[in-house]
Design a protein around this ligand. Structure first.
Ligand code: SF4
Ligand code: SF4
Length: 212
């Protein structure tokens, strides 16, 4: 990945709107990043990243949309916020990484397929039950990731010792419906964003009803 960026025609690859898009969605000022590397020095995942986090910030500054959204780093980030606390320019770096992950999802990039599969399975469980059903999540993830027996040796003892519930424990009262409404509202927001990024000026979905 890094080799391919070094050999890039920067002028041709640059999307001048990318930095502004990330700044608008994250509320952060990426232009103030002066590449000190403090964020990378505090990030425990640096050895596993294809681009250390300060270089991800640089990709955004350079307008290299495809390279930033297709990198592995944004999917491996644990949102621990060590980078955010270390930034001398008060950039919420972890939030930028989160925004890049959302943008990557909308653009169809998922270089770490199992991370996306886990995130999708987790969100689907919360949307369905109002809170995560851990045993169900483990089973769905095992099947979707193509390794159905991977955690069986761990899951069965946890179930029998009561560390995992056999059945979902859904919120009482209106909680489940309220969570479902949040997911519905976000689904319309994401669809509008995807259309806008694809250059479709169709009327945006009405997200006001559920937000009352
Ligand atoms: S939030 Fe992500 S990028 Fe920042 S230090 Fe933690 S793992 Fe690294
Ligand atoms: S710590 Fe802040 S200023 Fe330094 S490289 Fe990271 S984002 Fe940029």
């Amino acid at each position: 990945m890094q080799t391919s960026v070094r050999s890039l025609d920067l002028a041709a690859a640059r999307d001048p709107a990318f930095q502004a898009d990330v700044e608008r969605e994250s509320g952060q000022t990426l232009a103030s990043c002066y590449q000190c590397g403090n964020c990378t020095a505090g990030c425990v995942y640096t050895p596993d990243y294809d681009f250390p986090v300060h270089q991800v910030m640089r990709l955004v500054q350079l307008g290299l949309r495809e390279q930033a959204l297709s990198c592995r780093s944004i999917w491996l980030c644990a949102t621990c916020q060590a980078c955010t606390t270390r930034c001398p320019n008060n950039i919420d770096v972890a939030k930028v990484m989160d925004v890049l992950r959302h943008m990557a999802r909308r653009a169809g990039h998922a270089p770490e397929a199992n991370v996306k599969t886990f995130a999708d399975s987790f969100l689907s469980s919360v949307a369905k039950h109002g809170r995560v059903f851990e045993a169900g999540l483990a089973a769905v993830f095992a099947i979707k990731s193509g390794k159905p027996m991977q955690d069986a040796g761990l899951g069965l003892p946890m179930l029998t010792r009561g560390k995992l519930a056999f059945l979902p424990h859904e919120p009482e009262g209106n909680g489940k419906a309220e969570v479902a409404a949040i997911f519905a509202r976000f689904g319309r927001f994401a669809a509008d964003k995807s259309r806008a990024e694809a250059g479709d000026s169709a009327k945006p979905s009405d997200t006001t009803e559920d937000s009352k």
